[in-house]
Design a protein around this ligand. Sequence first.
Ligand SMILES: CC(C)(COP(=O)(O)OP(=O)(O)OC[C@H]1O[C@@H](n2cnc3c(N)ncnc32)[C@H](O)[C@@H]1OP(=O)(O)O)[C@@H](O)C(=O)NCCC(=O)NCCS
Length: 168
Amino acid sequence: MNDFSIEVISEKYLDDIEEIEVLSYGAHHWSRDSFESEIINPASHYVVAIKDNKCVGYMGVWKIVDEAHITTLAVHPECRGQHIAQALMIAQIEECADCQIKYLTLEVRPSNTPAIKLYEKFGFNSLGVRKKYYQDNGEDAIIMWTTNILKNDYKKLYKNIKDEIFSK
Ligand SMILES: CC(C)(COP(=O)(O)OP(=O)(O)OC[C@H]1O[C@@H](n2cnc3c(N)ncnc32)[C@H](O)[C@@H]1OP(=O)(O)O)[C@@H](O)C(=O)NCCC(=O)NCCS
């Protein structure tokens, strides 16, 4: 049984988000200003996971015509391994499908095994590399894409994950 809920982001969670950013990304975290701008950006959609009235995870996308670019995803270190990232992914995929978006894409560090495994579980494939994309250590970025999320095969994939995580 999951003890969290998913909501659209609001300013009241910015303190919690700042804390998770620092814990997740260290010196390279986004600023509070960045999240404030994202909240009012009409192309953005951000969702948060709430547990005991605190934000314990968040995920953002930019919607660009029929594609959505995942901008950020993080879960508080003390709450990882509890299906929160999967629930955030499902909320965003459903939102994108409602907007007739066909493809989701993102960049991820090759060293970030937990994130890559998560994206692979959601059917993302590696389709290219951006050389020396990350300025902090010059690491390349793997570019990952879904197949068409509006097709039945993909709908089946995330429905199975939804059944799996919400039946526990
Ligand atoms: C990546 C991250 C968001 C996963 O959050 P989470 O809530 O722990 O993930 P979930 O519990 O929903 O797990 C989902 C899946 O992710 C993968 N995964 C998560 N943690 C993993 C780990 N430590 N090792 C391997 N796979 C892992 C698995 O495929 C898992 O599915 P499974 O339970 O069926 O094996 C979290 O580790 C995080 O915040 N990391 C720091 C920020 C970051 O790197 N964000 C991604 C930037 S591209």
